[in-house]
Design a protein around this ligand. Structure first.
Ligand code: GTP
Ligand code: MG
Length: 327
């Protein structure tokens, strides 16, 4: 590979050229070995130009209003002079090839703005793969001068953990539901939140939203504060009416000020990079173990033996790992 091949990408991204930004992300998302190699060389050159943006993750159950919220928040940020990039980690795209942001019309206002960049989730592959591409795309957007990066994911499983591990601030968008307010969100996920916002607090839904707010406050009260003493506030908002959006942004910037002062922001990012490396290693090891032909061949039999108590879990694990290590 000649350096000249990648120079137009590097220059383009650093000059904020949207077409080259898109093309670079396409290279990152490509499964071709050639493209991946090229993408890696480009990333190495762009890395020194990253790290300055505010990285924010947003999750919430389907229909919570994530797209509407990002549209409202994004427009407000543009007015404040920010450049906003919106990316997605979509676990459903892994299975179906669909994408949370495929329909850009859900961010009607933001999608036509010069200073906003919206990129749907890459489809196919494994969640780890999709998430790692989103993480790299985030860095490319930073190098291109976007100073607020919003990563959206559907609150339905593992993807929240992946997103929380690549952002500085994690917002969970909820809606007031009938009965158990905590339904639809896994307990561990709530612990990732830096703020919980009850959306759709408008019309005749305001009181229900306030009630949900109290219930979440109680649920969150029992979890321990982070190193800096940050306790995730619970607020209400209306994405549709752009109410409470400014207040949430103030929380984001307050959080940042506190974490920057204690050094926790820097520590968090350093730890995230390391976590990410381990994540990629584990993904890759599991992948190679699962795709090992001899492991595949004997797995059903060994699993049954373990369940029936004919083989101990430890000797089964040893046997399978030996098969794998020999190949
Ligand atoms: N009343 C009210 N409706 C809202 C609000 N925010 C979003 N909605 C509506 O809720 C529906 C879902 O909104 P989306 O923004 O598409 O929700 P989402 O979380 O992005 O949904 P998925 O991408 O499918 O997970 C739409 O019909 C919105 O108009 C709000 O603040 N108040
Ligand atoms: Mg959406």
């Amino acid at each position: 590979m000649m350096p000249g091949d990648i120079q137009p990408y590097i220059d383009g991204v650093l000059n904020g050229n949207r077409r080259m930004l898109s093309k670079t992300i396409t290279l990152i998302e490509s499964t071709h070995a050639d493209h991946q190699k090229k993408a890696r060389l480009i990333m190495d050159q762009l890395l020194p130009h990253t790290g300055k943006a505010i990285r924010m993750g947003i999750t919430g159950v389907p229909g919570a209003g994530k797209s509407t919220f990002i549209d409202a928040l994004g427009m407000m940020l543009l007015e404040m002079g920010h450049k906003v990039a919106v990316l997605a980690v979509d676990p459903s795209s892994v299975v179906t090839g669909g994408s949370v942001l495929a329909d850009k019309t859900r961010m009607k206002k933001l999608s036509i703005e010069e200073n906003a960049f919206i990129r749907p989730s890459p489809s196919g592959g494994k969640l780890g793969g999709v998430a790692s591409k989103t993480r790299e795309s985030m860095l490319v957007c930073e190098a291109a001068g976007f100073d607020v990066i919003i990563v959206e994911t559907v609150g339905a499983g593992q993807s929240e953990v992946a997103v929380a591990s690549m952002v500085d601030f994690f917002l969970i968008l909820m809606i007031a539901g009938a009965g158990d307010e905590l339904q639809g969100i896994k307990k561990g996920v709530l612990e990732l939140a830096d703020v919980v916002a009850i959306n759709k607090a408008d019309g005749d839904n305001i009181n229900r939203a306030k009630l949900a707010q109290q219930q979440y406050e109680m649920a969150l009260h029992i979890s321990a504060p982070s190193f800096s003493g940050w306790r995730p506030p619970v607020v209400t908002c209306s994405a549709r009416e752009s109410k409470g959006i400014k207040e949430i942004w103030n929380i984001v910037t307050d959080h940042r000020t506190i974490l920057a002062a204690t050094g926790e922001l820097d520590m968090k990012r350093r730890q995230q990079s390391l976590d990410w490396m381990w994540y990629l290693i584990k993904e890759s090891l599991t992948e190679s173990f699962n795709s090992d032909p001899q492991v595949k061949n004997s797995l059903t039999k060994i699993k049954r033996e373990v369940m029936d108590g004919l083989t101990s879990p430890i000797s089964a694990a040893e046997k399978l790992l030996t098969y794998h290590n020999i190949n």
